[in-house]
Design a binder for this molecule. Structure first.
Ligand code: ADP
Ligand code: 5GP
Length: 188
């Protein structure tokens, strides 16, 4: 490993845009990057494994983690808590790894305050129609959840200009390549 000090990359996008899909592709191709696994009180979707996509915790455990100051940031989104554990990030960064955070817009604001040098990328869906189609294509969320997420999406899109970069997720491999180019250009 070189003397590179790892950086924090925040990636936000309305739910259904394809963050998880694109980040998985970035991690496959960028061996110097690690994924920050968040804690959440949301129930696992079919196929999600505890400790891989998220650490799934009860509300009490989450509140206890807040109390113990274990989060870099946390936020409530569509009725559930989501938070970024700070310790793994410190560890990876000190080992020279860049760390990618898949977090929503309120969490991004907290990260920017605490770590102003963090680099933020907003992943943009091609259109609201395509976003809705992708949310449905995932086939994991109820109609109520989809409607809630679409409503939040309209608000989130307005905040894209607060990010350092905006990347269109039209095609997964192209979007991943753009993010890898950003990471490489930010590496001194
Ligand atoms: P997010 O993590 O942003 O909520 P996902 O990665 O779960 O979104 O993607 C939502 C759905 O859209 C999935 O079914 C995924 O396969 C699909 N998807 C992601 N990116 C694209 C793309 N560029 N073109 C078409 N479908 C996509
Ligand atoms: P989902 O339930 O679709 O996995 O995630 C819902 C939203 O929560 C997404 O916008 C995702 O980026 C965001 N999210 C996931 N983990 C965190 C986290 O640790 N902190 C914050 N603030 N948002 C998160």
């Amino acid at each position: 490993m070189s003397k590179h000090i790892g950086k924090i990359y925040v990636i936000s996008a309305p739910s259904g845009t394809g963050k998880s899909t694109v980040i998985a592709e970035v991690l496959k191709r960028s061996t110097n990057s690690k994924f920050s696994v968040s804690a959440t009180t949301r129930a696992p979707r079919p196929g999600e494994k505890d400790g891989t996509e998220y650490v799934f915790v009860s509300r009490d455990t989450f509140l206890d983690m807040i109390e113990k100051d274990q989060f870099l940031e946390y936020a409530e989104y569509a009725g559930n808590f989501y938070g970024t554990p700070i310790e793994p990030i410190r560890e990876w960064n000190s080992q020279g790894y860049d760390v990618i955070l898949d977090i929503e817009v309120k969490g991004f604001k907290q990260v920017k305050e605490k770590v102003p040098e963090a680099i933020a990328v907003f992943l943009m869906p091609p259109s609201m129609e395509e976003l809705e189609r992708r949310l449905r294509s995932r086939g994991t969320d109820s109609e109520e959840t989809i409607q809630k997420r679409l409503k939040i999406a309209a608000e989130e899109l307005k905040l894209s200009e607060d990010y350092d970069y905006v990347v269109l997720n039209d095609e997964v491999s192209l979007a991943a390549e753009k993010i890898i180019n950003i990471i490489e250009s930010e590496r001194e």
